[in-house]
Design a protein around this ligand. Structure first.
Ligand code: PLP
Ligand code: ZN
Length: 426
């Protein structure tokens, strides 16, 4: 792969050739996650030829359009499903409304990127696509991963599309819909009576024991490269401009770090002239990264977790260094929101934009709202809020947020009784 210069350890800076190492730095172990470093001169020639040759947006409208800026040799190894190029909605009106309600001065120009619109309904498809390519390059026929739910259902779905088998470790708290996806896609599912962090460790051991390809966040250097395609799209959708701030929900920190890498790559290529501030949002009951950022100390694993946002219920974040780097280098921040704020964000999003997000999917929006309320938003900023997963993945929490329907007998008197207070007769 000529366009890749090396894999570089985030912790010690050691550089590896692509075929020298598979997952993490040999010296630093699990802390030594790797960055994919490109030869930007070569990328520039290829990428510009592909995507900036005319004013109209050219096909393919999926992550395939950025293949020149991905660690893949043969695009044909990508799964056939349509991944990425999700909509970036103009939600300025909603931005103004929230400002008005909180009586703060500066309404932002708000855009929402709906990544629930991927084949398995979460942003994780961007990363799984890369795992599929790598497994196929290596001739692996089995891939494993541990997941709170979405990484697993994504991997299982994409693997099914190319005839690869999957062995999946999920905590027993995974929402039912995500487990249903796994089983429907034909994965071998081991449900761990424990936490995501415990499932993760078991999965590492299993992949060592059987030699399966491992799609675990943080551990696998290529996943963040898949996730960065969201940043590439945001800039292209804004006419090759970077927004001022980007809000992302954070569990392991892989999306957050990956999206920041996307902006950095485009900046290095000269395709954007500045990079956004990255705002990572965690749930208050699972916040080791925000705590480390705010206190300026090393990450302390958090044993007791409590949040409705299962996808970010992570006590031992596996991509900690990249996540902290993204917040610091971008002059951004990591912050927390409460579960009540997440439930409120789910309702507000659905009722004002028609976007139905799962709890973690609405967490970035909750962070955005909190930042408006505390008056920390600058004047006329352009803001992108990422919605990372679809609301149908966790309907129990959705109903908790939205309430129950009115139950009636099949009798029109019941209809009148139920509606007369709210709807005066004509
Ligand atoms: C995985 C996930 C996240 C968090 O991503 P990390 O890379 O673990 O930080 C956020 N939202 C949803 C819906 C997810 O599935
Ligand atoms: Zn290292």
């Amino acid at each position: 792969m000529k366009h890749i210069h090396c894999l570089k350890c985030v912790k010690c800076g050691r550089e590896y050739a692509l075929d020298e190492v598979m997952y993490v730095c040999r010296d630093c172990g699990l802390d030594g996650t790797l960055d994919v470093i490109y030869d930007m001169n070569l990328v520039a020639v290829r990428l510009l030829r592909h995507i900036k040759t005319s004013n109209t947006v050219r096909e393919p409208l999926s992550i395939r359009r950025y293949a020149d800026l991905l660690p893949i040799q043969d695009e044909r190894l990508l799964p056939p499903l349509h991944i990425g190029w999700t909509p970036l909605y103009d939600c300025h009106e909603l931005g103004r409304k929230i400002c008005h309600n909180s009586q703060t001065a500066y309404p932002p120009r708000l855009f929402i990127k709906d990544d629930g619109r991927n084949p398995t309904a979460s942003l994780k498809d961007r990363a799984s696509a890369l795992a599929i390519v790598k497994a196929r390059e290596l001739g692996k026929t089995i891939i494993t991963c541990a997941s709170t739910g979405n990484a697993a259902s994504s991997l299982a779905g994409l693997a099914a599309s190319v005839g690869i088998s999957t062995v999946i470790f999920v905590p027993e708290t995974a929402p039912k819909a995500k487990v249903a996806q796994l089983l429907m896609y034909g994965a071998r599912v081991l449900m761990v009576k424990g936490t995501y962090d415990q499932a993760y460790d078991l999965c590492l051991q299993a992949s060592d024991t059987w030699g399966w390809y491992n799609r675990n966040s943080g551990y696998n250097p290529y996943l963040g490269e898949g996730k960065k395609t969201a940043a590439l799209e945001i800039c292209e959708q804004l006419g090759w401009k970077a927004p001022d701030k980007v809000f992302v929900a954070v569990g392991d920190g892989c999306i957050f770090g990956g999206v920041w890498k996307g902006f950095c790559d485009l900046y290095d290529l000269g395709l954007i002239d500045k990079r956004p501030q990255m705002i990572g949002v965690q749930a208050e009951g699972a916040s080791p990264l925000a705590d480390a950022f705010i206190s300026g100390t090393a990450v302390q694993p958090q044993r007791k977790l409590h949040t409705i946002a299962d996808s970010i219920s992570v006590g031992q974040p596996r991509d900690a260094l990249k996540a902290l780097r993204a917040a610091r280098h971008s002059q951004g921040a990591l912050m927390t929101v409460t579960d009540d704020e997440i439930l409120d964000a789910m309702r507000l999003l659905a009722r004002n934009t028609g976007i139905f997000a799962e709890p973690a999917g609405a967490t970035a929006f909750a962070g955005f709202q909190r930042m408006i309320q505390t008056g920390a938003m600058g004047e006329a900023e352009s803001v992108v809020v990422m919605v990372t997963g679809n609301g149908l993945k966790d309907i129990d929490t959705a109903i908790r947020a939205a309430g129950n329907p009115t139950i009636i007998e099949p009798d029109f008197h019941d209809v009148e009784r139920a509606l007369c207070d709210d709807y005066p007769a004509k």
